[in-house]
Write a protein that binds this ligand. Structure first.
Ligand SMILES: Cc1cc2nc3c(=O)[nH]c(=O)nc-3n(C[C@H](O)[C@H](O)[C@H](O)COP(=O)(O)OP(=O)(O)OC[C@H]3O[C@@H](n4cnc5c(N)ncnc54)[C@H](O)[C@@H]3O)c2cc1C
Length: 493
C-alpha cells in the first residue's frame, strides 16, 4: 500500500497487525437489504470476525423505507416480498420475525389490467405469462377470440432450439402471440421491472419460463402439470403463506430486526465510502468521509451498493469490473401515495391493484391498493393507493414537478376508478435510476464481472444488479457474498 493512503489527519481505526493478533475484519459497504443481509450472515457464519457496515445515508434500508404520516403507514419503495423464493422468509424465520409478517387479505387476491379505459380482472390462474386454468381465459373480455385462440395454440408452438438469450417481448410473442403480450404480459412484466420488455432478457429475468419451454415443450403444458401438483399439495395441507407477505409495521421494521441481531457498533451510518484500495501485501483500506473522515484497514471488502456506486469505487481497482458495472442501465419511477375516503371511490376495489399496458397510452404504470392488500395501512374509513409513474418507457415523466405528478395520479385514478374530490393525503417519492435493467445479454455481462472479481483477493460483490431485484434474491445475493468472504478468510489465503 502507498504511504499517502493514511493521511496524518485521518483517524486510523485499525493498524496493520498480523492475522494472529487481531480478529479478521470485514467491511460491508452499503446498508440496503443486500448489505444488511450480508452483515447478518457474516455474524452467523464467522462470529469471530469484526464486521463494519458503512452506509452513507442517515438510516439503513436503501430503497426500503417506511414512513408514518397522519395515521397512514406509507412505503416509499418496496412494500412486500414474494414467498415462493425462499430466502426472504427463511431469513425472517432465523431472526424470529415470522410472527411480524402479515399475509395479503384472503378475500381480494386478484388484480386488474386496464383495457380501453376500464379495469378488467386478470383471469384467475394467469401467472405472469402462463395460464393454469382454462375457463377464466376463455371468458375474459381482455382478449379477442382470435387472441385467445392464438394463446391456446401455445400448447403446440415448437420449442426454440437456439440456446441464446432473447427479449421477454420476443419470447412471449413467439409463444402466445402479440395480443397476449400487449394486453396482459407487457404490463405485468413492465410493472415488476419498471422496464421495457422489448429489451429485458428472458434468461436473466424469467429463466423459469425458458426452462419450462425446454423441459415440457410448452409453458401451458408445464403450468397445467404444475397446477395439478399444486392442487394436490393444497388439498394435503396447503401452503403456509400467501404469495406475498409484508411486515405488519412496514418494511423498515424488517431491516431494524436484522440490524438488532448484529453486534453493537456494526452499523455506521452517515459514512460514505469514498475510496477502497487493495494493499500491496494483503487486505484493503477503506476511506470514509462524512462527519468522521478516516481510513480503516480490512481483510476483506464486500460492496453492497448500487451498481454505479460500486463502479465508482472500483474504477482504480479494476476497470474490467467497473466499466461493465457502470454500463448496467437503471430505470426510475415516482410513487405517488394518495389517500381518499372510501365514499369518494365508485370502484368496489375488489382486488389488490391494476397494471396499465403501454398500448393504452396513459401516463401511469400501475396502481396498488395498499390498504386493501394489507391491514394497518390506513385509518378505517380511508384507503391508500400507490400510483407508479415513469419507468423505462416514460422516463421523461420523472422530470415533472411534484404538483404535475400529483395531478397525473389524481386524474388517472378519477377516470379509471370513478374517484371524486381531492385526496386527503399525498406523498411523493422519487426513485430515479433505482431499478437495474437486465437487458438481453445480462447474464454474460455478470459472468464476466464475477470472473474478474474472483481474481481479486478479498473482494466480493452483492446487490440487486446481479441475480435478481426482489428482496428475497437480494437477501440471497448478500448471504452468498458473506459465505464467500467467510470461506476466503477461514481458508487464510
Ligand atoms: C419502485 C420500486 C418498487 C419495488 N418493489 C418491490 C417489492 O414490492 N418487493 C420486492 O421484493 N422488491 C421490490 N423492489 C426491489 C427492491 O426494493 C430492491 O431491488 C432492493 O431493495 C435493493 O436493495 P439493495 O440493498 O441491493 O440496494 P439499495 O437499497 O439501493 O442499497 C444500496 C445502499 O448503498 C448505499 N451506498 C451507496 N454508495 C455508498 C457509499 N459509497 N458508501 C456507503 N454507502 C453507499 C446507499 O445509500 C444504499 O443505502 C422495488 C424496487 C423499486 C425501485
Amino acid at each position: 500500500m502507498h504511504g499517502t493512503e493514511f493521511e496524518p489527519t485521518l483517524h486510523v481505526k485499525a493498524t496493520m497487525n498480523t492475522a494472529a493478533e487481531h480478529p479478521k475484519r470485514i467491511a460491508v459497504i452499503g446498508g440496503g437489504i443486500s448489505g444488511v443481509a450480508t452483515a447478518h450472515r457474516l455474524t452467523e457464519l464467522a462470529p469471530q470476525c469484526e464486521v463494519t457496515l458503512f452506509e452513507e445515508a442517515d438510516r439503513i434500508g436503501g430503497l426500503l423505507n417506511t414512513v408514518r404520516q397522519d395515521g397512514f403507514l406509507l412505503e416509499t419503495g418496496a412494500d412486500n416480498f414474494i414467498t415462493n423464493i425462499p430466502w426472504g422468509i427463511e431469513l425472517c424465520r432465523r431472526i424470529e420475525f415470522e410472527d411480524q409478517l402479515v399475509q395479503t387479505r384472503a378475500e381480494h387476491r386478484t388484480a386488474f389490467v386496464v383495457r380501453r379505459g376500464r379495469l378488467l380482472k386478470i383471469p384467475q390462474g394467469f401467472i405472469v405469462m402462463s395460464p393454469t386454468r382454462m375457463w377464466p381465459i376463455i371468458s375474459t373480455p381482455i382478449l379477442s377470440p382470435l387472441g385467445k385462440l392464438r394463446m391456446a395454440c401455445e400448447y403446440f408452438v415448437r420449442q426454440r432450439q437456439d440456446e441464446s438469450d432473447e427479449s421477454l417481448a420476443r419470447f412471449v410473442t413467439r409463444r402466445f402471440g402479440k395480443e397476449t403480450y400487449e394486453r396482459l404480459v407487457q404490463p405485468l412484466l413492465g410493472g415488476i421491472y419498471t422496464g421495457d420488455p422489448e429489451q429485458l432478457s428472458t434468461l436473466a429475468t424469467m429463466p423459469r419460463f425458458r426452462e419450462m419451454e425446454h423441459q415440457h415443450g410448452s409453458l401451458s403444458r408445464a403450468m397445467l402439470r404444475h397446477a395439478k401438483k399444486q392442487r394436490k399439495s393444497e388439498s394435503s395441507g396447503g401452503s403456509r403463506y400467501s404469495l406475498f407477505v409484508a411486515p405488519r409495521d412496514g418494511i423498515s421494521s424488517l431491516l431494524q430486526a436484522i440490524a438488532n441481531r448484529l453486534p453493537p457498533g456494526t452499523i455506521e451510518t452517515h459514512s460514505p465510502v469514498q475510496r477502497i484500495a487493495q494493499q500491496e501485501t494483503k487486505g484493503w483500506t477503506v476511506s470514509v468521509g462524512g462527519n468522521k473522515p478516516r481510513t480503516v484497514a480490512f481483510d476483506a471488502v464486500i460492496l453492497a451498493t448500487q451498481a454505479k456506486a460500486a463502479a465508482k469505487l472500483l474504477a482504480d481497482v479494476s476497470p474490467q469490473i467497473a466499466d461493465p458495472l457502470d454500463a448496467i442501465h437503471h430505470s426510475g419511477c415516482a410513487i405517488v401515495s394518495l389517500a381518499f375516503r372510501r365514499s369518494q371511490i365508485a370502484h368496489p376495489m375488489d382486488g389488490f391493484g391494476f397494471v396499465v399496458p403501454i398500448i393504452e397510452n396513459r401516463k401511469i404504470l400501475s396502481g396498488s391498493f395498499s390498504s386493501i392488500k394489507y391491514p394497518g395501512r390506513a385509518p378505517d374509513d380511508q384507503v391508500l393507493i400507490r400510483v407508479f409513474i415513469g419507468g423505462a418507457c416514460q422516463p421523461e415523466l420523472l422530470e415533472l414537478s411534484d404538483d404535475a405528478l400529483r395531478e397525473i395520479a389524481v386524474s388517472e385514478l378519477a377516470e379509471l376508478m370513478g374517484i371524486t374530490g381531492e385526496p386527503t393525503l399525498t406523498r411523493i417519492a422519487r426513485l430515479p435510476e433505482t431499478m437495474p435493467q437486465y437487458y438481453v445479454g445480462h447474464q454474460q455481462r455478470i459472468a464476466t464481472i464475477e470472473s474478474c472479481v474472483g481474481d481479486i483477493k478479498g473482494l466480493f460483490l452483492t446487490g440487486n444488479a446481479f441475480h435478481g431485484v426482489g428482496i428475497p434474491l437480494c437477501v440471497h445475493s448478500g448471504e452468498k457474498a458473506a459465505e464467500q468472504a467467510s470461506n476466503y478468510l477461514t481458508s487464510n489465503r
